[in-house]
Every structure is written in structure tokens, then in C-alpha cells.
Design a protein around this ligand. Structure first.
Ligand code: 4AD
Ligand code: MG
Length: 428
């Protein structure tokens, strides 16, 4: 037996494949079956000369039946995937029921999301999920090559990392607990054990608004480094993002093109990345006629305006204290500003990374916790990290789906993850 991928890589001659019948059509005594096996899609032709009267029955095979086809694989420029299998033998392994819900006709997004377990069989998702697999692999590669170790934190937590408004609360036996918004606070403990660390894990945000770029459950690629200041942090982020982006542009060029992303756009992504400060961002926005004052947060609309001015990712540095979480280090010569930095993707996509140097002074951190209306008791363990061997340290979090959305040039973040969790959706 061969995989379709092996054939598409140039295996010609006698082959046997097993897969799902994706599409079918017939014309002039030839039945065209497109078969999908998880490694690729290929066109198979079944001819009257070979199958005789049986072809009429074969033609009736319901789509999504699991089939086995033997035949001659040949390069064929006319066939949609460049190769075709001229069938000599055909078997149904499992016959699908008639009436497959995702027929060729156009369905609305709600219908498709209700049938997501089937919708993901579409070729578009095959392409996106391959890219998802690839970029996460490249990220791991880069972390390993650069001396980072994988470190894990709990999903059930007792306090907020990114502010109470997006915290999912749940009953944890006889008390309250929350779903984690970020691995970060535990990572800050982890660096004193394992040094430079990273994770790729789910984070949860009770996002109450419907947008194109928010999920309630998303995958978060985070890293934390001791003995690292803001400059070291930004270098780390741009090196990692350049590595992942260059590699996907080269190794998944075909898939990207088919999704409508020109890989050349991504080959431009090289360190160093452009940098602007938050204050400069406000000036740019005001010049563009956007109603925003210094001190206000950049929302999706503001980021879209900024991000349409760049064709590569760019940093926005030094956000005001009032709009960043309590743990950000206060800039010592400008105490209403933090040593924070976001990375925004170009073409209007906006924030993909949130990052910063962490407050390492016990007194200032305690004051910030109180200022933000948090209960210092919930953060006792975190304060211990400043009591016992506080160290200059920094870290970042990349929204995996935000990154994939930009890389694949998607309209909506829900297509970057197999089973999106949205404000109105936990099924299927
Ligand atoms: O900017 P955020 O909130 O930063 C943190 O959570 C830090 N603790 C990370 C760290 O320093 N270790 O989130 C980081 C990134 C955002 O830049 C965005 O890409 C993504 O996570 N993100 C979301 N992605 C999808 N849906 C949501 N609701 C998201 N919220 C944040
Ligand atoms: Mg952020």
C-alpha cells in the first residue's frame, strides 16, 4: 500500500491506496473519484474499458465511503493534484450513508461550525492544519536549538494573570478556581528551577465580545528567561518568529499559495523587526484621525490602522501602566510606563505576541497588586519569588491561532483551530 503523499512525491507505476471518497463526477464513460487519505488528495480515474458494466454501480458509491483502489499512478498535469491513479481494481471498505451533510452546495458559517467534525475534512482545513503542525514543530526546534526546556503549569489556578474581566470561574470542590489565562506566573517560578523555559498549551479567556480574532480557548506558546532584559526579550521574539516564518514560507510554499498567501510576503520577515513606542503609535493614530488619547488601550480597530502601515511584524514598546497587567516592570525613569512590548502582525492583523520584562522589586510589585485591586493573599507564592532570589527576567506569549491566521491569511481566527471555542459555541 502507498500513501497519497508518496505518489504525489513522484511514485509512479503500480500502487494501492486506501482513503475516503472526497468528490466524484463522471463524464463520457470515465468516473473521476477524488480520494483523500490523510496524507493528501489524488484523482483516480475509473474507466468503462476496465470495469465494464460494474462502473454504473461503482459510480453510485456515496461520498465519504472508505475505499481501496489499485492501479497505475501517473504524472498528469491536467489532473487537479498533478498525479492521477488509473484504477484497475476498486473495493468499498465501508460504505457511507447517503446524504452526507457537507454537500458541495454552499453552506452558511453556522451550519459548517455545527458540522465541524465533518467540515474539517475539507481540503482547506487539511492545508491549514498541516501548517499548524509545521509551525509548532519549527517553534519546538528553535527552542531546543537555543537551550530552552519545556515546562508545564496547571490549568486550574487560584488567581488572575491577565485581569479579572476575562477569567473563567469554576467550582473546584468547595471553593472557587479559575481556568488559566497564561502559564506565565508559574513560569516565573520555573526559571529558578530550569532556567530558560517554554510551553505550548491552552489558555482560556472569557472574551465577552464576538470578534474575528478572539477565541475563549486558544493555544499559547510562551517562554520565560532569567537574566534577560527587554532588549534580550525582543531579540528572542524576533529570532523565533523569523525562524518559524522563514521555514514555513520555504517548506510549505505550495500549501500557503493554495490558501491565498504568497510565500514571498513571509520571506520578508527577518530580524530585526521595526520598533515604535506606544506614544509614537498614539501620534500615528491621531494623525490618521483616530479618536484616541495617550493612556487608552489599542483595540482591534486601532491596531488595524497601525498594522496596515507595515508589511512585516513590528514591536510596540512601553505601554502605560494603566493598561497592562500588574506584573509588568515599571520603567524606572518614567514610572507611568511599563517595560512591555507587543508584536503586531502586518496587513491589519494586529497583536500576535504580548511580552515584557517582569517587575522584580518586591515592594513595587506588592504596590502594583494592591493598585490593581487584587488580593495580595492570592499572590503570596508569587511574591515569594521576589523574596527569595529575585532576578531580572522577561517573557512572552504568542497566540498560536493569531499567528496562523496571519500566516495563512485567514479572515477569521476560528479557522486556525480544529474545534473553535467561541462565546456562543462549545459544540461539537
Ligand atoms: O497579551 P496576552 O494577554 O499576554 C499574556 O497572557 C502574557 N501573560 C504572556 C506572557 O508574557 N507569557 O496574551 C498573549 C497572546 C496575545 O498577544 C494574543 O496573540 C493571544 O495571546 N491571545 C488570544 N488569542 C486568541 N484568543 C484570545 N482570546 C486571546 N487572548 C490573547
Ligand atoms: Mg496582550
Amino acid at each position: 500500500m502507498q500513501t497519497i503523499e508518496e505518489i504525489l512525491k513522484g511514485k509512479e507505476g503500480k500502487v494501492k491506496i486506501k482513503g475516503w471518497l472526497y468528490h466524484k463526477r463522471s463524464s463520457g464513460g470515465v468516473v473521476f473519484f477524488i480520494v483523500r487519505d490523510g496524507t493528501g488528495f489524488i484523482q483516480c480515474t475509473l474507466r468503462k474499458e476496465v470495469f465494464g458494466d460494474k462502473l454504473k454501480e461503482i459510480e453510485k458509491t456515496p461520498v465519504e465511503s472508505v475505499v481501496e483502489i489499485e492501479g497505475e499512478a501517473k504524472k498528469d498535469e491536467r489532473s487537479p493534484f498533478g498525479y492521477e491513479v488509473r484504477a484497475t481494481d476498486f473495493k468499498i471498505i465501508t460504505k457511507a450513508q447517503e446524504g452526507y451533510p457537507i454537500a458541495k452546495k454552499k453552506h452558511g458559517p453556522a451550519f459548517l461550525l455545527d458540522h465541524r467534525h465533518l467540515t474539517i475534512r475539507e481540503r482547506k482545513y487539511f492545508l491549514i492544519f498541516q501548517i499548524r503542525d509545521a509551525v509548532l514543530r519549527y517553534a519546538r526546534e528553535w527552542f531546543i536549538q537555543n537551550g530552552f526546556k519545556e515546562f508545564h503549569s496547571p490549568i486550574f489556578v487560584s488567581g488572575a494573570c491577565e485581569g479579572g474581566s476575562t477569567l473563567f470561574e469554576l467550582k473546584y470542590f468547595d471553593r472557587k478556581a479559575y481556568l488559566t489565562q497564561s502559564w506565565q506566573l508559574y513560569a516565573e517560578a520555573g526559571i529558578a528551577s530550569l532556567g530558560k523555559i517554554y510551553t505550548i498549551a491552552p489558555s482560556f479567556r472569557a472574551e465577552k465580545s464576538r470578534t474575528r480574532r478572539h477565541l475563549t480557548e486558544y493555544w499559547h506558546l510562551e517562554a520565560e528567561m532569567p537574566f534577560c532584559d527587554l532588549e534580550c526579550l525582543m531579540k528572542t521574539i524576533e529570532r523565533l518568529i523569523s525562524y518559524m516564518t522563514q521555514k514555513v514560507a520555504k517548506e510549505k510554499a505550495k500549501e500557503l499559495k493554495e490558501l491565498g498567501r504568497d510565500p514571498k510576503d513571509l520571506l520578508k520577515v527577518k530580524s530585526p523587526f521595526p520598533r515604535i513606542t506606544y506614544s509614537q503609535a498614539i501620534e500615528i493614530l491621531q494623525k490618521e484621525g483616530v479618536q484616541i488619547k495617550w493612556g487608552e488601550d489599542l483595540g482591534a480597530d486601532e491596531e488595524r490602522v497601525l498594522a496596515s502601515k507595515f508589511d512585516v511584524p513590528f514591536f510596540v514598546m512601553y505601554y502605560p501602566k494603566g493598561i497592562k497587567a500588574f506584573y509588568h516592570k515599571v520603567k524606572r525613569d518614567e514610572p507611568n510606563v511599563t517595560l512591555s512590548v507587543d508584536l503586531l502582525a502586518p496587513e491589519g492583523y494586529g497583536e500576535i505576541v504580548g511580552a515584557g520584562e517582569r517587575e522584580d522589586d518586591y515592594e513595587i510589585l506588592l504596590k502594583r497588586i494592591k493598585e490593581e485591586g487584587l488580593n495580595p493573599k492570592d499572590y503570596e507564592w508569587y511574591l515569594d519569588l521576589r523574596r527569595y532570589g529575585s532576578v531580572q527576567h522577561s517573557g512572552f506569549g504568542l497566540g498560536v491561532e493569531r499567528y496562523i491566521m496571519w500566516i495563512c491569511k485567514l479572515e477569521h481566527i476560528r479557522d486556525a483551530i480544529p474545534f473553535p471555542r467561541l462565546i456562543n459555541r462549545v459544540y461539537p
